[in-house]
Design a protein around this ligand. Structure first.
Ligand SMILES: [Zn+2]
Length: 331
């Protein structure tokens, strides 16, 4: 996932901070141990000079010396660990303790980004996606079927709003459970206020907590951002945004149809959907349009991708925001 320079620097500064912290903690532990087990200070000093001699011997190619020094170092190390153990400390008490032992909090392993770097990048994006606070309120623990009537029946489907909601939640759960293996996509449609955004938040919450990267945009925001960057020739940021949008494990485009739907938007939308389908990354789209209007507004290419590759979820019922304002559910 490409990052802006400022974001990259922020992550690297955090690694510097972690390394300094672990160095500082190690110094404190060392001081403590030197006070209690003075022999360990001698051992450490001897190890330092033996390591220096070993380096010199390596340079000169003196293999007998190298062998002797290597043996001495391993004996000293064993003695140190034994002493620590006898005094009730963990054997590795005087080893540096890293948050990520894989890269020793450097972010890199042999020039390649460590998995913890990717996590940090996701966390940064998550922070910036601005939905953390909302997700604490809108997730499956707080989802309520009370707002979906079990009395009125939809003329077309013959099902009640409650049945629609139950089906949508069941499909969403399946989507989450098989996120890894099925690279599925969801198309959530229905009138304003029937809980489409809420449902997509529930899914985002669960997947973020399973460690997946989730990017959330309202369609308006997303295409405005892409247009601003493209037309101001801010190529670096435009390609960063596009990369993130195509790379995130889950992309949510909320309220499709609220953007200014022009040729630029249609082209961008198609390339995002197409790229993500090729990369087997999941997308959730929500829209107020019904299927027919949707097919009229967007291109055939977009419409057919969605019909073929997305699971359709239809929420119906009365505007939940209105129901809440009027007080309580309206079953
Ligand atoms: Zn790491």
């Amino acid at each position: 996932m490409a990052l802006q320079n400022t974001q990259f620097n922020a992550i690297m500064r955090e690694y510097d901070r972690k390394q300094l912290h672990s160095q500082h903690q190690l110094e404190k532990r060392t001081e403590e141990i030197y006070g209690k087990i003075p022999r360990i200070e001698e051992i450490n000093q001897r190890m330092v000079s033996a390591s220096a001699s070993k380096a010199r011997a390596l340079l000169k190619g003196e293999s007998n010396d190298i062998r002797d020094l290597r043996e001495e170092i391993s004996e000293l190390s064993l003695e140190k660990r034994t002493l620590l153990s006898i005094h009730g400390y963990p054997e590795n008490y005087l080893d540096p303790q890293y948050e990520c032992p894989l890269c020793k909090d450097s972010g890199y392993i042999n020039g390649e980004k460590c998995s913890c770097f990717k996590k940090a990048a996701i966390a940064l994006l998550y922070d910036q996606s601005n939905i953390q606070e909302i997700l604490e309120k809108e997730n499956f623990q707080t989802f309520s079927f009370d707002y979906y009537s079990d009395k009125i029946k939809d003329e077309v489907t013959g099902k009640t709003p409650l049945e629609h909601a139950q089906m949508a939640v069941r499909k969403s759960m399946e989507f989450i459970d098989h996120f890894q293996d099925l690279d599925g996509n969801l198309f959530i449609y229905g009138d304003t206020g029937v809980g489409k955004t809420f449902l997509s938040h529930c899914i985002a919450y669960d997947l973020i907590h399973k460690g997946y990267s989730v990017l959330y945009f309202s369609a308006y925001e997303l295409f405005q951002l892409l247009a601003d960057q493209t037309f101001s020739r801010d190529d670096e940021n435009a390609s960063y945004t596009m990369d993130s949008v195509c790379e995130a494990d889950l992309l949510i485009i909320d309220d499709l149809g609220t953007e200014l739907t022009n040729t630029f938007v249609k082209t961008q939308l198609f390339s995002i959907l197409n790229e993500r389908l090729i990369k087997k990354r999941s997308t959730i789209i929500s829209t107020n349009y019904d299927i027919e209007t949707f097919s009229n507004v967007y291109t055939t290419r977009i419409f057919s991708r969605i019909m073929q590759r997305f699971t359709l979820l239809n929420l119906i019922g009365q505007d939940i925001r209105v129901q809440k304002t009027l007080g309580g559910s309206n079953k």
